[in-house]
Design a protein around this ligand. Sequence first.
Ligand code: GDP
Ligand code: MG
Length: 317
Amino acid sequence: MDGSTNNSSIAAGIELIPPAPPGFKSGFVGIVGRPNVGKSTLMNQLVGQKIAITSPIAQTTRNRLRGILTTPEAQIIFVDTPGIHKPQHQLGEVLVKNAQSAMRSVDVLLFVVDSSVPAGRGDQFIADLASHNEIPVILGLNKADQQTERDALDRSYAELAASYAWEAVKFSAITGDGLDTLLAQLINHLELGPYYYPPDLVTDQPERFIMGELIREQILLMTREEVPHSTAIEIDQVIEEPTITRVLATIQVERPSQKGILIGKGGSMLKAIGSAAREQIQKLIAGKVYLELFVKVQPKWRQSRTQLADLGYRVED
Ligand code: GDP
Ligand code: MG
C-alpha cells in the first residue's frame, strides 16, 4: 500500500512536464546586444508577460533570466543577458563574463540591434564575439517602428548580416510586428527535443526575484542616475492572506546620501516608488498587494563577490 502511494506521487511529479508530441522542437536562444536595444522588451513580448524589467537607462538587466515560450510545435527558452559593455568595477566584470558564457551555452544566438540608428562600435564588438562561436546567429533588427532613414539603415544592417553570412529579420518588440517571422526562423534552427519546462511556465525565476526586479525598475525610472546602479533589493517576506499578499522588501544602497534621495522629502519618493511597484507586482501575481519598503545603507556591496552571491547574482568564471 505504501509503495503504491509513493509510485503515484512520483507519477504526479512527472506529469507536470508532459511528453512532447511527435516532431516537437525545443532549445535555448541567447539574446545578446548592446544595452538599450530592446532585448528585455522583446523577451517580455515573446513570452507574453513582463518578466524582465526594461527602462530607457542602460544596464537595467543584471542577471541571466530565462523566458520560456511554448507553442504547439516548439518550446523556446530565451536567455536574456546583460548588455555587453566595458567593465568598470567588479559588478561590471561579472555582467560581461555572464554574457560571454551565455553566448556559448545556447543553440541559437539572437543578436539584437536598434535598427532606428546606424550600427555602432558596440554592435561591431558583439558581432565579433558572436562570430567566434559555431552557433547559428540571427541578426534581429528591432525598433522597426522607429526607423526614419529606413532604406539606408536596412542596407547597412543587411551588409553587416551578409558579411558574417547571418540571417536577418526586422521587427518591433513594442508593436509585435515581424515577431511571427522571427519565431519561425528561430524554430527553424532548433532540433527535435522535449519540453524542458512545464508548458505553462514563462520564466525559470521565482516570483520573489521578479518582485525585486519590479521594485528596482521603479527606482531606475524615478531616481537620479547615481542611485540605480548601486541598489540591490531583498524580498524579506511574502505573506499570502486570503484577500491580499503582503510583501516586505529592503532596498540596499551604498551611501547615506542615496538613502536620502530614495526616501525623498517626507518620504515622498519612497511612496511613489512603492505605489508604482505595487501596481506592477499586482499584475504579476494577479491579486491585491500591500507593499512595504525599507531602505538600508550597505557600503560597497558592489565590490564584494560574496555579497553579490548572497544577493542572488550568480558569479560565473
Ligand atoms: P535592453 O537593455 O536591450 O534590455 O533594452 P530594454 O528592453 O530595456 O529597452 C530599452 C528601451 O527601448 C526601452 O525604453 C524600451 O521601451 C525601448 N524599446 C524596446 N523595443 C522597442 C521597439 O521595438 N520600439 C521602440 N520604439 N522602442 C523600443
Ligand atoms: Mg535588458
